[in-house]
Design a protein around this ligand. Structure first.
Ligand SMILES: [Zn+2]
Length: 440
């Protein structure tokens, strides 16, 4: 008998959708994991002959790459449902910013981040692109539970509990970047909040630093028509035009929302290789408008998905976001072929990895990449029959996610979180509910 090669885990599933190559559904295959990395992807029988290790046999399951949520404000999970059904500026100025001003502290950030991570892991997210105050605490909580993350080095002009002015935000961000530079799980990006909250001088400084440190720039841009109108009134030009002038508009830019784009701006986005982060449910809830997803895809733009914070969604379910993105794109373009299920899944996986510049290590189930993997039970009645697992995954609701691996480590095992205590987090959510309710 030939000696089999020792590996950590052999995951067998009825269907495996690697995302790369495109439109491939492997049946009765196995994903072999060694040292946190996808070591092999091959026929089940062949895998069992060739390798020995822990066997996880997932009948009626689909394996996909871990989902990448490219726009979150994780600690805002504590403000979920705090102020709903309001337009963006009223929501921010009269509700969210005052509540944050009153309640933000280390405990708020850490508890909020943990609650968001629990919800995201349970819904198949293995990587996030976050933007919030005290990013060092979000980074610490991500490392604690094993979540892959890019934390935004937040910058705004005005003071907060975190920093005094733009220079202070940047200095704190640089310290965190230095601290995390050898961390494999958590990376950093600059995160100037938006053109209406960050002035030209700090933006110019960020452009130089991002070039120097090879970092992405994560920024809200053209979220609402009112924002664009106000900016034109103040500066005599549209925000994108100003960002172009300041050097922000480049392949480093991960522009969030982009609901207000004219044809010329769509071409500019494509020419400058700006990544667009599409948050359709937050845009719908705040009545901000629709990002022209079909037009951006046709222009060759890399489009990934984000839920935005819990306070404007109100869930962190990226598969739900993929469904909404596909449906809106069809509805807007009056073309049912726009954003097919496979494209929606790419937006939630490999496109997100490209946005974050980590597509060499995650975003698809390819040999050599980190084992960031999600297993979905396809046997529930709402998904039967299964002609096409990707269609069922995107268009049917009530996802039954049973197991989630990040770097080959099981963070969700048979629907149970392994690194976070759900009961304890529910108690913490109740504690914050009581504390924040005293505002009303
Ligand atoms: Zn946002």
């Amino acid at each position: 008998m030939i000696n089999s090669q020792s590996v950590d885990e052999i995951i067998i599933a009825e269907w495996i959708v690697p995302v790369i190559p495109r439109n491939v559904v492997l049946e009765d295959h196995a994903l072999v994991v060694k040292n946190g990395v996808i070591h092999d992807l091959l026929q089940k029988e062949e895998a069992l002959q060739k390798y020995s290790g822990q066997i996880t046999d997932l009948k009626n399951h689909l394996l996909i790459p871990g989902l990448i949520n490219t726009h979150t404000h994780a600690p805002m999970s504590l403000l979920k449902g705090y102020a709903d059904d309001l337009p963006l500026m009223e929501w921010l100025n009269n509700h969210i910013w005052p509540a944050e001003g009153k309640h933000i502290c280390d405990e708020f950030i850490s508890d909020g981040a943990d609650i968001a991570f629990a919800e995201m892991i349970k819904s198949g997210t293995t990587c996030i692109n976050d933007m919030y105050f005290f990013p060092e605490l979000v980074a610490k909580r991500a490392i604690n539970c094993g979540m892959r993350a890019t934390v935004g080095l937040i910058v705004i002009d005005f003071p907060s509990a975190y920093a005094n002015d733009a220079d202070n935000y940047i200095a704190k961000g640089l310290d965190l970047h230095k601290e995390l530079q050898d961390c494999a799980l958590v990376k950093t990006a600059f995160a100037p909040h938006a053109p209406y909250t960050v002035s030209a001088k700090p933006l110019e400084k960020i452009v130089l630093l991002a070039d120097d440190l090879d970092l992405k720039i994560h920024m809200h841009l053209h979220e609402t028509s009112d924002e664009v109108k106000q900016f034109v009134k103040q500066h005599g030009q549209r925000p994108i035009s100003k960002m172009k002038e300041l050097g922000v508009f480049s392949s480093r830019l991960n522009a969030v929302h982009m609901t207000q784009l004219n044809n010329e701006e769509i071409d500019l986005v494509a020419d400058h290789k700006v990544n667009v982060i599409h948050c359709p449910e937050s845009n719908l809830k705040l009545a901000s408008g629709f990002a022209p997803a079909a037009e951006l895809i046709s222009a060759g733009v890399n489009l990934s998905l984000g839920t935005d914070g819990s306070a404007s969604n109100n869930d962190l379910d990226l598969l739900g976001e993929a469904k909404t993105a596909a449906l809106i794109a069809k509805g807007r373009s009056l073309n049912a072929e726009t954003v097919p299920a496979a494209t929606a899944l790419e937006m939630a996986t490999i496109n997100g990895a490209r946005t974050l510049g980590i597509d060499k290590i995650t975003g698809s189930l390819e040999i050599g990449k980190q084992a960031d993997v999600v297993a979905i039970n396809m046997s529930s009645i709402n998904k039967k029959p299964v002609y096409n697992p990707v269609s069922q995954l995107i268009y049917c609701s009530n996802h039954d996610i049973t197991t989630v691996w990040i770097n080959g480590r099981k963070l969700l095992d048979n629907r149970q979180l392994t690194t976070l205590d759900e009961t304890e987090l529910s108690d913490k959510a109740m504690y914050w509910q009581k504390r924040i309710s005293s505002d009303f």
